[in-house]
Design a protein around this ligand. Structure first.
Ligand code: ADP
Ligand code: MG
Length: 347
């Protein structure tokens, strides 16, 4: 549906978008997540034909945005960071103006505008001047403008920035409703927002794509395994031997604990293996009480910080590790599928 290939945008010496490539499939909510200055708005402005690229290609339903801008733009509704509103118009006047710009057939305009105003809940204020509307309502008018003509793809740049919590929830619900009929791409520097709304997340830092997956997979893949933190009362050597003898464990670390007579251990097991019961019985048999046991998979927040924090020397390494883990994960999945399908053929 959307293909972005090797996109580069340079402002003088500064590279705002650095060889960005990704594809967007139909019917999901995609989130561009990244700190301020990561290159989200620049990328969206290029994808929607508002800005030229230094290098690279953007295809919208097969139409090159630079070579066939009209065809490509028809498929997209865009709400830029600063909504393009005319303060001296009412929402109704403004939406008629947008309908004309978007060449909506005259006969369809009144119905479409009424329906969209109802959808974004601005019918009540449609005769007031836009300048007198609250920030939340202005944002809805901006959204109405993006939805006009019901384009297949709706691109929203930081749609909830500056809104109060109630308005944020309303706009999020609206975005979810939109995703029933449209593919939605939104950007945000707020992690909780992206994980609450998006099916798929692309993390961008310094103009580069550093990770992309579902919110769940991103937190799992970062470690590629289940990690448990435990505090056990007992002898360090004995506990070490006991845990390392368990078959389902990938690795373990043993440290002195802050609690007297205890050791802290970190146990890593493969992703689909849960060793908590095994550990419980083992330690209880050995009369080593478990004082604490908790799962310590990385939260999406930690993944985000890991991937976007400015540590240039290690960033490349982290990215490599991330994608390597992802590759391994994919291979495992493939093997599993192969096994499953060979099982099926045996039946
Ligand atoms: P984001 O939307 O992720 O906050 P932007 O795409 O707005 O990031 O900006 C990416 C980088 O490009 C930033 O470092 C910003 O300062 C720079 N930048 C954006 N627009 C311009 C411009 N018109 N001229 C020069 N630098 C720019
Ligand atoms: Mg921005």
């Amino acid at each position: 549906m959307i293909e972005v290939k090797n996109l580069v945008k340079q402002y003088g010496d500064h590279i705002a978008v650095d060889h960005l490539s990704f594809t967007v499939e139909k019917g999901q909510i995609y989130g561009f997540l990244g700190p301020n200055g990561a290159g989200k708005s620049t990328t969206m402005n290029i994808m929607t034909g508002y800005l030229s690229a230094t290098e690279g290609e953007v295809l919208i339903n097969g139409h090159n945005i630079f070579e066939e801008p009209e065809e490509a733009k028809k498929c997209i509704g865009y709400l830029p960071e600063q909504p393009p509103l005319y303060m001296d118009m009412t929402p109704l006047e403004y939406l008629y103006f947008v309908a004309e710009l978007k060449k909506i057939p005259k006969a369809d305009r009144a119905q479409m505008i009424a329906d969209i105003m109802k959808l974004v809940k601005i019918t009540d204020v449609c005769e007031r001047l836009i300048r007198n509307l609250s920030k939340g309502y202005k944002q809805r008018v901006g959204l109405a403008q993006a939805i006009m003509g019901y384009p297949e793809i709706i691109i929203l740049d930081e749609p909830t920035v500056g809104l109060d919590p109630k308005q944020i929830i309303e706009i999020r619900d609206l975005i979810k409703t939109l995703s029933e009929k449209h593919t939605v791409i939104l950007s945000s520097h707020i992690l909780s927002e992206v994980s609450a709304v998006c099916d798929y997340v692309m993390i961008i830092a310094h103009g580069k794509l550093v990770a992309s997956d579902t919110p769940d997979n991103l937190s799992k893949l970062m470690l590629g395994s289940n990690v448990l933190d435990l505090t056990i009362k007992g002898n360090k050597t004995m506990i070490h031997e006991m845990v390392s003898a368990l078959p389902d464990i990938d690795s373990m670390e043993v440290h002195d604990s802050a609690e007297p007579g205890c050791v802290d251990i970190v146990v890593k097991s493969p992703q689909n293996v849960d060793v908590r019961e095994e550990l419980f019985y083992k330690f209880s048999e050995a009369k080593c009480p478990i004082m604490m046991m908790k799962s310590s998979n990385m939260s999406l927040e930690e993944v985000f910080l890991e991937l976007t924090t400015d540590k240039a020397s290690t960033k490349q390494e982290k990215k490599k590790t991330f994608f390597k883990k992802k590759e391994e994960e994919n291979k495992k999945e493939e093997n599993k599928e192969e096994k499953e399908s060979s099982n099926e053929s045996n039946i």
